[in-house]
Design a protein around this ligand. Structure first.
Ligand code: RET
Length: 252
């Protein structure tokens, strides 16, 4: 009977529903934590980074909820049959990957022009990823995957090389956090196209194992980013001290 308890509530979406429920909770808790942590932040740089850190899991929480409830999953008629599209996952990435790049750019103090190029390549990467997923003909899937991966390499260049040069020009604390973020982003983002190929592409793993993998990757890429950047010594001292938070306390 224990098998029927959970699916009766959220199991209308087929394989992977449990991971969508897990994702909803993990992202919801992370968004709350980052939002509460950012409530007393003062400087524009720290405020911007906090907003991004909290928004990213908040958007993901909505996407996971949509997939857990079924509305985020569509059966799409394509040439040659019907495909299941987790559109909410791509909608999530369409918002959160540019947000993560903007957050990183704000933290490092990147030039707007560089950031714009990276965000444009990133959006193109996700949209062509949807085209790959919706291709009924296997050969076309790999063509779209290849196009999307070229765009991804441009994004990676921005994170590793272009931003690296700008981060080096800032203080030592920014540089050391950036060095960790670069490894986190480089490794976790690279795993997405590989995992997509293993699951949606070749079908070496079942849809529910694929869903588990993406939930894990999303947790590392989204929550890991927030934890690393918000605990950076470069943002230390950007909060209002406790005494000043009390109304009516004399200035000295
Ligand atoms: C797809 C499939 C097609 C080829 C490529 C992909 C890349 C996806 C990436 C997603 C990153 C998501 C993140 C979410 C966290 O907030 C669309 C899977 C290149 C890199 C970091």
């Amino acid at each position: 009977m224990s098998e029927t308890t959970v699916p009766a509530v959220i199991g209308t979406t087929g394989p992977g529903s449990i991971w969508f429920a897990v994702g909803t909770v993990v992202m919801g808790v992370a968004a709350l934590y980052f939002a509460v942590r950012g409530r007393r932040v003062e400087t524009p740089r720290a405020r911007g980074v906090h907003v991004v850190a909290a928004l990213v899991p908040a958007v993901a929480c909505g996407a996971y909820l949509a997939m857990a409830l079924g509305v985020g999953v569509a059966e799409v008629a394509v040439r040659g049959g019907t495909l299941r599209l987790h559109w909410a996952r791509y909608a999530d990435w369409l918002f959160t990957t540019p947000l993560l790049l903007i957050g990183l750019g704000l933290f490092v103090g990147a030039e707007r022009e560089t950031l714009f190029g990276a965000v444009a390549a990133d959006v193109f990467m996700i949209v062509t990823g949807v085209a790959a997923t919706l291709s009924g003909v296997p050969a076309y899937r790999y063509v779209w995957w290849g196009i999307s991966t070229v765009a991804f390499l441009c994004v990676l260049y921005f994170v590793v090389v272009a931003l690296g040069q700008e981060a080096r020009d800032r203080d030592a604390a920014t540089w050391s956090t950036f060095a960790s973020l670069r490894v986190l982003i480089g490794a976790s983002w690279t795993a997405y196209p590989v995992w997509w190929l293993v699951g949606t592409g070749v079908g070496l793993v079942s849809p529910s194992v694929e869903a588990f993998g993406f939930t894990l990757l999303d947790t590392v890429a989204k929550v890991g980013f927030g934890l690393l950047v918000l605990h950076s010594p470069a943002l230390a001292g950007s909060e209002t001290p406790d005494e000043e938070a009390t109304p009516g306390t004399p200035a000295e």
